[in-house]
Design a protein around this ligand. Structure first.
Ligand code: AMP
Ligand code: GLY
Length: 436
């Protein structure tokens, strides 16, 4: 009997919990998170309402129950050194230590790692701590720039010229806002093309790549509005995406492999867990937008729905540095995952309102930012619930996902366009235009 502790309680962690509980290995699952997600609590032996920054208490729980390993879902505990503190007690984690998690937690570090192993994947960029010389760099980039707060901002610390920043004045205001929050920032060349996510299981020395997925960061249909944690994702049965060449997927895989090696070289620490490359296919080839040190959310729902290999086996091979001995397989099916989010999300979301679901036990439904009180489920302000369709065709998967999210009601909205024929065609047309 395996004893496993899961850290976190969003939809991504529901996906992880379900994979653990449907493994061929029987297991006892524990969860730590400040709020109770009913889709996880129903699978757990014990659920501890603990702040995810309380390393001491989480380590105490892992020790008390003698867990075999810990799976960490979200990024903040990685930055807080939770993995370092747990592993000090001899308990392995499927997640990286703080030093190597900097590939996500520091955007400037991620760029430096790439400079060391695959420099051409980086866009032009400069780091700033003040507004001095910002204007001249914006000119150098021909006013095509992206300004990034250098830290963990939940995908919301990035503003783009021509979209969120309409003038140099807007740009300088955003820089000053970051400085006033005691932050530093990067200004990067704005990459033009189509984004995709390529995640790899990593055991420190080798990688197993997952199918490519496309997320939709913008809040509203037609890709407008503020950046969010991700409104929905899709993947194709061939594990590539219709706007990508095979060589581009291979190049993204190679980038993850080189980053894994470079992390060891420059930090002396091995990266174990999920390495998530956020890429842009451009006219000049694949470029890196960002790196994450964990499963993407919603990408986790897509790839875990397809993972045929036993998830506990994958975790154990990550821990034992033996991924090369495991044949990891993904189903050849298409997936579409859509999120419903509170009205006003992400800037001023409605909070603490009741939601109802047509079928709360449906395994394709994943509660996210919710809490259960008195047998009722309340949305707490961030993304509320995700629904995944997995079918032989993308059309079929989209239909299932769309019907599924519509079954969740409350003061919510979702993007109807994700995974639709129209939007995917738009992506392909855009890529064709970019390449021409
Ligand atoms: P990040 O937090 O780095 O993932 O950035 C959030 C979003 O901003 C990305 O998903 C992209 O849509 C966009 N973005 C970030 N960096 C760039 C870039 N250099 N060029 C174009 N878009 C970018
Ligand atoms: N889906 C984007 C992320 O997980 O960061």
């Amino acid at each position: 009997m395996k004893k496993i502790l899961l850290v976190g309680s969003g939809a991504r962690e529901v996906a992880i919990a379900r994979k653990i509980k449907t493994s061929r290995h029987s297991s006892v699952l524990f969860c730590v998170s400040p709020t109770i997600n009913p889709h996880i609590s129903s699978l757990c032996q014990e659920y501890f309402c603990v702040s995810l920054s309380n390393n001491k208490e989480i380590v105490g729980i892992a020790k008390k129950f003698g867990v075999d390993f810990v799976v960490v879902g979200p990024e903040n505990p990685l930055e807080n050194g939770l993995v370092d503190d747990i592993e000090k007690e001899g308990i392995p984690c499927v997640a990286p230590k703080k030093t190597v998690a900097r590939i996500e937690t520091s955007k400037s570090f991620a760029r430096k790692v790439l400079d060391g192993c695959y420099k051409e994947k980086n866009p032009k960029r400069k780091e700033f701590k003040s507004v001095d010389k910002v204007q001249s760099f914006l000119k150098e980039l021909h006013e095509n720039y992206v300004i990034k707060h250098d830290g963990l901002m939940g995908g919301k610390g990035v503003k783009i010229s021509g979209e969120h920043l309409r003038s140099t004045e807007d740009a300088l205001d955003f820089c000053k806002e970051i400085i006033n929050n005691k932050g530093s920032f990067l200004i990067e060349e704005k990459l033009i093309g189509e984004e995709f996510s390529l995640m790899s299981f990593c055991d420190g020395v080798s990688c197993v790549h997952m199918p490519a997925v496309q997320d939709h960061k913008r809040a509203f249909e037609g890709d407008v509005g503020p950046n969010t944690g991700g409104m929905g994702t899709y993947s194709f049965e061939n594990h590539s995406l219709p706007f990508l060449f095979k060589e581009e997927v291979l190049d993204a895989q190679k980038t993850n492999e080189l980053v894994l090696k470079e992390l060891k070289t420059i930090t002396g620490e091995e990266f174990r867990g999920v390495l998530y490359g956020g890429f842009m296919a451009t006219k000049d080839g694949v470029r890196v937008i960002e790196y994450n040190a964990r499963f993407g959310d919603p990408e986790a729902m897509n790839v875990l729905a397809l993972l045929k290999t036993d998830f506990i086996d994958v975790c154990e091979h990550i821990i034992n540095r033996s991924l090369n001995l495991l044949s990891v397989e993904f189903e050849k099916a298409a997936t579409v995952c859509k999120y419903v989010v509170p009205v006003g999300y992400p800037d001023s979301p409605e909070k603490n309102f009741k939601i109802s679901c047509k079928n709360a036990d449906d395994q394709r439904l994943f509660f996210a930012s919710v809490k259960e009180e008195g047998g009722e489920v309340f949305a707490t302000g961030s993304r509320t619930a995700a629904y995944i369709g997995k079918e032989t065709t993308i059309e079929g998967a989209e239909k299932v996902a769309e019907e599924g999210v519509r079954g969740v009601s409350g003061k919510l909205f979702h993007r109807k366009d994700i995974g639709t024929k129209n939007l995917i065609q738009k992506r392909m047309d855009n890529m064709k235009k970019v390449r021409s």
